[in-house]
Design a protein around this ligand. Sequence first.
Ligand code: AHR
Length: 654
Amino acid sequence: MLKKIVTIHFFILCLFAGQINAQTQITVLANKPSAEIQPTMWGIFFEDINFGADGGLYAELVKNRSFKFPNPLMGWQVPFRDSVYVINEQVDGQEHRFLRLKTLQSEKLNFIQNQGFRGMGIHAGEEYRLEVNARIAEGKDISLQAELLDSEGKQLASAKISDLSKDWNKSMLVLKAQETCENANLKITLAGNGTVDFDYVSLFPVKTFKNRENGMRSDLANLLAGLKPGFVRFPGGCVVEGYHLSLRYQWKKTVGDVEDRELIINRWNTEFMHRYTPDYFQSFGLGFFEYFVLAEDLGAEPLPILNCGMACQYNSGELEQLDEMDPYIQDALDLIEFANGDATTKWGKLRIEMGHAEPFNLKFLGIGNEQWGEQYLERYDLIAEKVHAKYPEVKLISGSGPSAEGDRFEYLWKELKGRTADLVDEHYYKSPDWFFSNARRYDNYDRNGLKVFAGEYASHTGVNNDEPTSNNNWLSALSEAAFMTGLERNADVVNMASYAPLFAHVDAWQWRPDLIWFDNLKAVATPNYYVQQMYSTHRGTHVLPVTANGDVLAGQDSLYSSASVDKNTGHIFMKLVNASSQSKEVSIDFKGLKTATKDVALTELFDNDLMKFNTIEQAGNVVPQEGKATMKGTRLVLELKPRSFILVDVTGKK
Ligand code: AHR
């Protein structure tokens, strides 16, 4: 009997002791909002990498639609080379290339066929707009039969073009697909006797994001909209720099009529030989005008980055001479005019002619991507001085090199202080350990110095991106969630942050991990996407101090936390990460809270298997789960699951 009582006592004691040890006391100063969180805090980084633009977000389905690839027939199948010619002619001093198709005896051979970007994704019941700029070079009464076919040759849709003439003429028709197909192709067959010239063949889904012509793939753009991004950084990344200066991104060549935009090789075509992508070019159908429109459609600030007279220092490292920098300076000035100028200005007029009468209200401009050294500063200064003199209201973003620490980074940060930059762009692709242990990275940054734009970051679980473990697994996302508590806590220093890269095609990627994966038909959000979303859609307007044992909660006992309040709605958003393999009980005191309701909404992202990731086939492996909890007074007790990220939404009073 005595033994039994002792045992029971021991059990109660253990329970009691267990609770005391396990429960972490956390305080949120609910009535002490501190730093302001900028509306731009959580944004997106867009680059045409991994088929992100052509073959991805940009909804065009025809690869090499103007035959301007160096190999003019890349993407096109022709049954018999004797009937097809590539012709270059000079028109008004410009080189103009077109494809000539001649009828042969056998009607079966009179066609051209486009394979799309690793096939064309066609959805049953959807309409596709075909545009063909063609002319009859020889013969009459010639028509064209346009068909969408699956890989076995089965017809999915067809229509006839019969308005061909001797002059170049754009025909337009709509094809309605009867079946869904991931790898369809477009076949155009010539009916009649003679010769037809093709200048341009384009196929777009009628339904694009916001139904814009020359628009974006709606499923991918909707995922972007789901992030409610504060900004869209474009067009990259390394594509800004180019391997050589001649291959740098030049925004002026990406605006105006899409058919006249000059194509260049995408630098990711050859960058990684283990992910060699010979058919990767930048058509610039998605050019600067479209990027501005996309940002506007997403309710985000546009954030263009321009080349600063330096090619990628990992590649040629080619430098523009300092006394030859005028075109770069002018590009920056003209871009602001293009975005914000009125009809009396050259570039403002072009924007208006392209269909956007209102200014885009450009407020930020990045100069250079991952440049380093004094060569960068010399060129940065030349551009920044002129931009600041003419447009002092535009905030300038400078680079800090390709890594988050080291000599190049330290040198630029030191030198940039006192210069005209407003924000410094930091990039870090690091291990999960680095992300967990850097949650305090910004706690000691100068509060009165330059602001930070964490412009590219991602947790990499593999050393090389082709290792099987280099995917978007839960470990990478959990470590980012932990790190991001430090970004939020330091919102007075960090004004902008974006995960990178954004998109990857499952059959055509060069770099991973990436935020959103897709094939020709579907897209899948990664656990990393959900982490970004939980922050960006629960941003708040001001930081709320969070402490445990008088210190910020940044890794003690594997716990991380930050909080914010939205002063407009009274909502308090608290983020908590439990990185350990044990569940943890936390008791949170929202000091000074005036609650409107005791019910608290929870969003949890968790999995015990840190290697788990989402795929197109299994998109629901790691996805947020909704829950509820009840406050007792100002206190909330929560059991944090092992390896979990939890968002607590408390409906406070304004
Ligand atoms: O995000 C992929 C690449 O990483 C970017 O193009 C570049 O800026 C960085 O090195």
